[in-house]
Design a protein around this ligand. Structure first.
Ligand code: C2O
Length: 535
């Protein structure tokens, strides 16, 4: 085991994009931030010192943090934020995981600019389950706003309207030449004909699921959310905020310049955002004067393609080597995922958008929930989050403009240690249907089933994939459909469960699971580190 230490200085820097410069929050003055490299089994120490005017916390998205929620990072869930002028050392082991993950600010909307990649190499001597690529490249997909992002959010909150769409999408922080003043803000990757490259693609956008394709080249998906998949070849891929996808691309075309492009997937009638960010796959020796060709991207609302793409994602398991999927379920959870309206006397229309799980819009606490749980502090949260919606209805039927009385509260589910859990996330048509990428902290889960319409507990479980379902940490709940996940609750602590669209998280589309300690002395939440930020 080796120990890797990093120093993350959170600081403001002027960065110019789309013809304007603006101050943004960065790590070490870099945008996107530095990549964390480690090997499976290593220990990682990251000293985050905050020199920005905002309080900060950083989440290591997809790292399981066994017994060690103290290093997980979501503000007010597992820690209080790192105040301006203070620092905190995130200390954790990287056990039983390898692949591409990422880190991002987990407070306000600061992850708009505070994010970077995490690359965990397999143990020494353990090869990838595919031919060794010539080289690898990180591809961080993001969004860029002209305005100060925190101001955009505030404005939206005051008016009760969604904040403006971003002004550009980005690839490694750069929008590419289709945007004004962006010729020099274009990411390029050089390749040699005949060689194969590994792309570690991360969707760090705030609010957009994205299609990605490379002109003239197919890609082979080999890993999602740091878990290998059975390889499959595709012209385009879909990736939701929070998710990662590793692909192999073979430089097997005529030497030239080819655009990689990203554009949002949006299958609901909201203002369509069809801005395309581009980067360049550049064959060695080809001059920059050659105009690249654009790939064919799926139509912005091609939900059929998204469904069929997601069905192709399979783990490496087989009947002979079955995955460790719980076959018997101790605890069945069924959460409706809904957007709605609440009254808001200070808002322009007297109403504001809200979002809820089982009709409960989550209220952020004032101190970290993990501390409250560990020290048994009363009055911070309740553990009566309902296992199923209070009033069943036709979830995906005609839109219900009434919000069925969305309640508010800091309400969590208590889960017994080592119990097997099935969670069905059901999209609803309260205001409108929409797809939601859900992320669970502290765990990977198996995506055993998904479908369109209302989940049918009598019929749908019979169709589950219990042999080789994808294992991941963030999963899309399809528009007007449902997704079923299973996991064994073997990691004690308080684990955030939320939509990874920042807009929806802000409206309350989140809750947390309190996984109780196990009986063994090695099955309990570890004691908090000494320098845990105070509230
Ligand atoms: Cu990547 Cu709680 O988030």
């Amino acid at each position: 085991m080796s120990i890797h230490s990093w120093w993350f200085q959170v600081q403001v820097k002027n960065v110019s994009r789309l013809c304007h410069a603006k101050p943004i929050v960065t790590v070490n003055g870099r945008f996107p931030g530095p990549t964390i490299y480690a090997r499976e089994g290593d220990r990682v120490l990251i000293n985050v010192s905050n020199h920005a005017q905002y309080n900060m916390s950083i989440h290591w998205h997809g790292l399981k943090q066994y017994r060690n929620g103290w290093a997980d990072g979501p503000a007010y869930i597992t820690q209080c934020p790192i105040q301006t002028g203070s620092s905190y050392v995130y200390a954790f082991n990287v056990t039983g995981q390898r692949g591409t993950l990422w880190w991002h600010a987990h407070i306000l909307w600061l992850r708009a600019t505070v994010y970077g990649a995490i690359v965990i190499m397999p143990k020494q001597g353990t090869p990838f389950p595919f031919p060794r690529p010539e080289r690898e490249e990180i591809i961080l997909l993001g969004e860029w706003w002209h305005a100060d992002v925190e101001e955009v959010v505030k404005q939206g909150n005051n008016l009760g309207l969604p904040p403006n769409m971003s002004d550009a999408h980005t690839i490694n922080g750069k929008p590419g030449p289709l945007f004004p003043c962006s010729e020099k803000h274009t990411f390029a990757m050089e390749v040699e004909q005949g060689k194969t490259y590994l792309l570690r693609i991360i969707n760090s956008a705030l609010n957009d699921e994205l299609f990605f394709a490379i002109a003239g080249h197919n890609v082979t998906v080999v890993e999602i959310d740091a878990v290998y998949t059975k390889p499959f070849t595709t012209q385009a891929l879909i990736i939701a905020p929070g998710q990662t996808t590793n692909v192999l691309v073979r430089a097997n075309q005529l030497p030239g310049r080819y655009f990689m492009a990203v554009r949002p997937f949006i299958d609901v009638p909201i203002p369509v955002d069809n801005k395309t960010a581009t980067a360049i796959l550049q064959y060695k020796g080809i001059p920059n004067t050659v105009i690249p060709t654009l790939p064919q991207l799926p139509a912005p609302n091609d939900s059929a393609l998204v469904l069929s793409y997601n069905k192709k994602l399979r783990s490496l398991n087989s009947p002979k080597y079955p995955a460790n999927i719980p076959l018997k379920v101790d605890r069945h959870l069924f959460y409706t995922v809904g957007l709605g309206m609440n009254s808001c006397p200070t808002c322009v229309n007297g109403t504001r958008l809200t979002a809820s799980l089982n009709n409960i819009s989550f209220v952020m606490p004032q101190i970290g929930l993990l501390q409250a749980h560990y020290f048994k502090t009363k009055g911070v949260f309740r553990t009566d989050f309902p296992d199923r919606p209070p009033t069943p209805f036709n979830y995906t039927g005609a839109p219900l403009t009434a919000n069925l009385g969305t309640a508010k509260g800091t309400r969590l589910s208590k889960i017994a240690f080592n119990s097997t859990v099935e969670l069905v996330l059901q999209d609803t048509n309260l205001l409108t249907v929409e797809s939601h990428p859900f992320h669970l902290h502290g765990y990977n889960f198996f995506v055993v089933g998904t479908g369109i319409g209302n989940f049918n507990p009598a019929k749908d479980p019979a169709k589950y994939n219990l042999v080789d379902p994808p294992e991941r940490n963030t999963v899309g709940v399809p528009t007007a459909g449902w997704t079923a996940i299973r996991f064994t609750a073997n990691n004690p602590g308080v684990w955030f469960l939320h939509c990874h669209l920042e807009l929806h998280t802000g409206w309350g589309l989140k809750t947390a699971l309190v996984v109780e300690d196990g009986p063994g002395s090695d099955q309990t939440v570890l004691p908090p580190p000494k320098n845990l930020p105070p509230c």
